[in-house]
Design a binder for this molecule. Structure first.
Ligand SMILES: NC(=O)c1ccc[n+]([C@@H]2O[C@H](COP(=O)([O-])OP(=O)(O)OC[C@H]3O[C@@H](n4cnc5c(N)ncnc54)[C@H](OP(=O)(O)O)[C@@H]3O)[C@@H](O)[C@H]2O)c1
Length: 278
């Protein structure tokens, strides 16, 4: 297949390039070669590359920064995604759009299925959600993939933040009342490569299996790294951030399983493998 990866210089983008180039003919764009807020350039680029599938992994991903700069978040995540969707329609390409667990409010108290009601709390979540809506309104051939708590080799993430903090601090406070599923970008890229082999369009939740709080996640990281440090559990109220976050945003990989695709390994196994590569 011919695949165009938009946002190839991002954390997920890098792994998408590595994984998708194994069996496909790929082309890439980064923010330097295509700013997705430019609709004419976006249409021209996609038409020129003429791919079977566009994988759109570009976004304004600063969750707290989106609260103070909502226009930029809206421009990139909502309008930029609309532009990519329009370009795919013009070129006849299918689109993979990467979305987030932050489209949910986290009040369900249980894992979210693809058909559950969305209700984003933050500016970031709202703009990503609007991106989903554009994709669904403009295209027939799309895969909307909601994922969560990404970490990978090619970008700053919670794991590297914890390891860096441990170099200078004796005690680290980490919130223990937000629950989710940390997901390795390498595993997500492999799942996307598998999914797009068939025209099974729709919404998919794709995360590593099992879940934890940020606090449990930090303990796991230090355990694997063999670092002895005091980790203090704190509540979200004690650790306020500009953007509200869902309390329980575990995603059930329901449609993935319904397609007969194999269970994605636990976040603990993925984390262990990733940390060996650091
Ligand atoms: N990270 C997470 O925990 C997480 C969780 C759930 C879902 N997601 C979603 O997963 C996808 C990939 O995330 P990631 O963590 O790999 O993000 P990332 O590392 O921030 O990569 C996003 C890329 O998009 C680029 N970009 C920003 N504005 C652009 C524009 N106007 N035109 C073209 N490119 C632009 C960025 O360039 P610059 O770096 O130069 O700005 C960056 O290379 C995103 O859709 C994100 O919303 C992420």
């Amino acid at each position: 297949m011919k695949i165009l990866i938009i946002g190839s210089e991002g954390m997920l983008g890098h792994d998408l390039v590595d994984v998708l180039s194994i069996e496909n003919e790929i082309s890439t764009t980064s923010i330097d070669t295509l700013d997705i807020t430019d609709i004419d350039k976006t249409i021209e680029t996609v038409k020129d590359k003429n791919p079977d599938v566009v994988v759109h992994a570009a976004a304004f991903t600063d969750v707290d920064g989106s609260e103070s700069n909502p226009n930029l978040a809206y421009k990139v995540n909502a309008l930029g995604t609309r532009n990519v969707a329009v370009a795919c329609r013009e070129a006849g390409s299918a689109l993979v759009y990467i979305s987030t667990d932050y489209v949910f409010d986290g009040n369900k108290g249980n894992s979210y299925y693809e058909y559950d009601q969305t209700n984003p709390l933050s500016v970031y979540g709202k703009t990503k959600h609007l991106g989903e809506t554009y994709v669904r309104d403009i295209l027939n051939k799309f895969y909307i993939i909601r994922t969560s708590w990404l970490y990978g080799l090619h970008g700053p993430n919670f794991v590297t933040t914890m390891l860096n903090l441990a170099e200078t601090m004796k005690t680290i406070s980490v919130v223990n009342d937000q629950i989710g599923s940390p997901t390795y970008t390498g595993d997500l890229a492999k799942a996307i490569a598998e999914l797009i082999k068939k025209p099974v369009y729709g919404i998919y939740h794709i995360t590593n299996s099992e879940h934890c709080s940020w606090y449990d996640y930090a303990l796991e990281i230090f355990d694997i790294a063999g670092i002895e440090i005091e980790v203090k559990p704190v509540s979200t109220a004690e650790f306020p951030r500009p953007a509200p976050r869902p309390q329980y945003s575990v995603l059930e990989n329901y449609n993935w399983k319904m397609e007969g695709l194999p269970e994605i390994r636990s976040y603990k196994n993925a984390l262990r493998e990733y940390m060996k590569l650091l």
